[in-house]
Design a binder for this molecule. Structure first.
Ligand SMILES: [Zn+2]
Length: 166
């Protein structure tokens, strides 16, 4: 260990500080240290599109592709009633409220292409259908049963481009 005790203490305090300040974005539930996350604060983003993901880590992976300029909505999980993850436990009501406020033209369902992710996407599609928005699902190129978090950037980029209306 080449750090002095003083340096080590400084780093530990910085991490603690970050952990204490980390909270969820008041709009999209991304992790942030202020009321709104950097994506929601960016006036250059296309507010007519919302990409729905399961976890903040999925948002980061999609951001890294640099092929998406819309906003996000993080569900903070997938539907899994047997594990107690009922619709009320996810940020579904908040998503519907955002869409109901108007100005949203497309909702992209980017939950993982596995059983729970598909079930969640279908559930959301049913709720969103009467709300007069385009609903699309990323599909192309993502391996079935796979996890967005582990998809490479080119594959994920293509699956966003090749999204299909459902
Ligand atoms: Zn946000």
């Amino acid at each position: 260990m080449t750090l002095s005790n003083e340096e080590a203490r400084g780093i530990a305090e910085a991490i603690l500080d970050l952990k204490e300040r980390a909270c969820f974005c008041g709009r999209c539930f991304n992790i942030t240290d202020s009321e709104l996350c950097p994506v929601c604060r960016d006036p250059g983003r296309d507010a007519s599109r919302i990409c729905v993901v399961e976890e903040p880590s999925d948002l980061i992976v999609i951001e890294n592709t640099r092929s998406y300029r819309g906003l996000y909505h993080v569900l903070l999980g997938t539907l899994s009633p047997l594990d107690g993850l009922t619709p009320e436990r996810l940020k579904i009501r908040e998503l519907l409220e955002r869409v109901a406020q108007g100005g949203v033209e497309e909702v992209i369902l980017a939950t993982n292409p596995n059983t729970k992710g598909e079930a969640t996407a279908q559930y959301l599609a049913q709720l969103l259908k009467p709300m007069n928005v385009h609903i699309s699902r990323i599909a192309y190129g993502l391996p079935l049963g796979g996890d967005i978090e582990f998809a490479d950037e080119v594959t994920l980029s293509k699956s966003l481009e090749g999204r299909r209306e459902i």
